[in-house]
Design a protein around this ligand. Structure first.
Ligand SMILES: *Cc1c(COP(=O)(O)O)cnc(C)c1O
Length: 453
C-alpha cells in the first residue's frame, strides 16, 4: 500500500561523477523530489503546499501517524544489504535509522521543500544546525565565504570565530546592497558560498536575490539564503538562490515552543548531506525528533494565514508609529530604501514581513520604551526571538546582536537604541494600538519629569 502511495513521487538520484563539491557520489539515497516537479501554479507557496503528498494516519486518521522509531526492521536479512547499497531507500518506504531518514521528519521536509519551491529539503534540530551543516557541506578546509555584514548574531559568530578556528573556513563580510563590493570580495577558485538573509536581522535590509544570484552564478558560487524572517512572503529559490535555510523556531513554528530548522535545496545537496561517509547531517547528527516534526507539520497549513496577519498589523503599526514621529524601519513603508525591491520580489498578498524596528537612539530610551510597552500596557513581551503570536521586543545591540563588536555593529547599521519588534496577532489591532499609545504617553510623562529634575 505504501508503495503505491509513493508511486511516481520520487525518482532515483542520478548525479554527475567526479563532482567534489557535494561529495555525493556515494549517495545511497533517492532524490526527495517533491515540489520541483510541481511548480507553484500562480507563484503562491500556498498552492505548492496544497499539492504535497497528503499523509493520512495509520487508521485513516485525517492527520498523519507519528513514526517514533529510532530503528526499522526488515522481513529478510537480504533487504538490509539492498538498503545499504542504496537500492531500496526512503522513496519506497525503506528506512534504516532515524538519524538518517525518519518517515515523519521526511513528511515535514516535503512541506518545507514545497514552501520554498526546492527539489528537496531536510529538517534539523535548530536553525543553527541547518546553517552550520550546509556551510560545512559546501565548503572544505581552506574554503571562503562571502557574507552579508548584517546577519543573525549566531551566524555571524559562526563565520567570524568558529569556522576559521575549527575548519580554516574564512569569511569576508560585505554590505549586501553594494553589488560591486560583493563581486570584489569573491575570490575565484576559493569562494564557495555567498550567504545572506533575505530580510536581514535586525536592520531589515532587503537583499536583491535575483541580482545577487546572477552575480554569484557567473562566478560559479552557491547562493545560500536564510529566509527565517519571511516565509511565504519571499521565495528565494524561486528568485534564483540555490539553497534556502530556515530557523523553524520562528514564524514557521509560530508558538515559540520549539527549536528547529531546515535546509531546502537540490536533491543532490540534501542527499550529499545524508551521505554515510561525507554527510554533515548524517555525521554531525543535528537530527529532528519525529514527534517535533509531527507537531510542526500541523502548523504549516495555517502559516500563510498567520503571515498575512503578522504583516498586516506590522504595516498598520509602522504607518501609525511614523505618524507619531517615531523613527520606524519597515520595508513596507515607501521611505525604506528597498521598498520597491521587496515589492517586486514578494509573493503577492502576504505583505512586507512581520518585523519592524523603532530607533530610540539610545539604549536607555529603548529600554524605557520596552519597559512601558510590557509593564504599563501589555503591548508585548521583552524577549528575543520572533514569529510568536504575541508581540516580542528586544534591543538588538545589547541582545541578539551582542556577538558583534562596536565596529561590526556600526558596519551592520545597528544603532544602540534599535528596538526590534516581531508583531503578534493576538487581541484586536485597535486594542493593541491603544496599548502602544498608553506606553508612549508614559514615555512622554517620564521624560518631562526627567527634564524638570
Ligand atoms: C533565530 C535565527 C537563527 C537561528 O535559529 P535557531 O533555530 O535559534 O537555531 C538563524 N537565522 C535567523 C535569521 C534567526 O532569526
Amino acid at each position: 500500500m505504501a508503495e503505491t502511495h509513493n508511486a511516481g513521487y520520487f525518482s532515483w538520484e542520478k548525479k554527475a561523477a567526479g563532482d567534489d563539491v557535494f561529495l555525493a557520489e556515494k549517495s545511497m539515497f533517492p532524490t526527495l523530489a517533491a515540489a520541483a516537479a510541481q511548480p507553484a501554479r500562480d507563484n503562491d507557496p500556498a498552492a505548492a503546499l496544497a499539492s504535497v503528498r497528503r499523509e493520512l494516519g495509520e487508521h485513516g486518521g485525517v492527520n498523519m501517524s507519528i513514526e517514533p522509531s529510532a530503528t526499522f526492521t526488515v522481513m529478510e536479512p537480504e533487504t538490509m544489504r539492498r538498503m545499504f547499497t542504496g537500492e531500496l531507500g526512503p522513496d519506497r518506504d525503506f528506512f534504516i535509522y532515524s538519524r538518517h531518514f525518519n518517515p515523519t521528519v521526511l513528511n515535514l521536509s516535503r512541506q518545507l521543500a514545497a514552501l520554498e519551491g526546492t527539489e528537496a529539503a531536510y529538517c534539523t534540530a535548530s536553525g543553527m544546525a541547518a546553517i552550520s551543516s550546509v556551510l560545512l557541506q559546501l565548503c572544505s578546509s581552506g574554503g571562503h565565504v562571502v557574507a552579508s555584514a548584517t546577519l543573525y548574531g549566531g551566524t555571524h559568530a559562526l563565520l567570524t570565530h568558529f569556522l576559521p578556528r575549527t575548519c580554516n573556513i574564512t569569511t569576508t563580510f560585505v554590505d549586501i546592497t553594494d553589488h560591486e563590493a560583493v563581486k570584489n570580495a569573491i575570490v575565484q577558485g576559493r569562494t564557495k558560498v555567498l550567504f545572506f538573509e533575505s530580510i536581514s536581522n535586525p536592520t531589515l535590509t532587503v537583499a536583491d536575490i535575483p541580482e545577487l544570484s546572477k552575480l554569484a552564478h557567473d562566478k560559479g558560487i552557491t547562493v545560500v539564503v536564510d529566509n527565517t524572517f519571511s516565509p511565504m512572503v519571499l521565495s528565494p529559490a524561486r528568485l534564483g538562490a540555490d539553497v534556502v535555510v530556515h530557523s523553524i523556531s520562528k514564524f514557521i513554528s509560530g508558538g515559540a515552543d520549539v527549536i528547529a530548522g531546515a535546509v531546502c535545496g537540490a536533491a543532490r545537496l540534501v542527499n550529499s548531506m545524508m551521505d554515510l561517509h561525507q554527510g554533515a547531517l548524517m555525521l554531525l547528527g543535528p537530527t529532528m525528533n519525529a514527534k517535533v516534526a509531527f507537531e510542526l507539520s500541523e502548523r504549516i497549513p495555517h502559516l500563510g494565514l498567520r503571515m498575512k496577519e503578522h504583516c498586516r498589523r506590522a504595516m498598520e503599526y509602522a504607518i501609525r508609529m511614523k505618524e507619531l514621529g517615531l523613527r520606524v524601519v519597515y520595508p513596507g513603508l515607501e521611505d525604506h530604501p528597498q521598498h520597491e525591491l521587496l515589492n517586486s520580489m514578494a509573493n503577492k498578498g502576504y505583505g512586507f514581513g512581520g518585523l519592524l524596528c523603532v530607533d530610540m537612539e539610545s539604549e536607555e530610551r529603548a529600554n524605557r520604551l520596552m519597559h512601558h510597552l510590557q509593564n504599563s500596557s501589555q503591548f508585548g513581551l521583552i524577549a528575543v526571538s520572533l514569529g510568536y503570536y504575541e508581540t516580542l521586543m528586544s534591543c538588538s545591540g545589547s541582545s541578539t546582536s551582542s556577538e558583534l563588536n562596536a565596529k561590526e555593529k556600526a558596519l551592520a547599521g545597528i544603532s544602540p537604541g534599535l528596538v526590534r519588534m516581531s508583531i503578534g496577532y493576538t487581541g484586536t489591532l485597535e486594542q493593541k494600538w491603544s496599548q502602544f499609545g498608553k506606553a508612549i504617553s508614559r514615555m512622554r510623562d517620564s521624560s518631562t519629569l526627567f527634564n524638570k529634575n
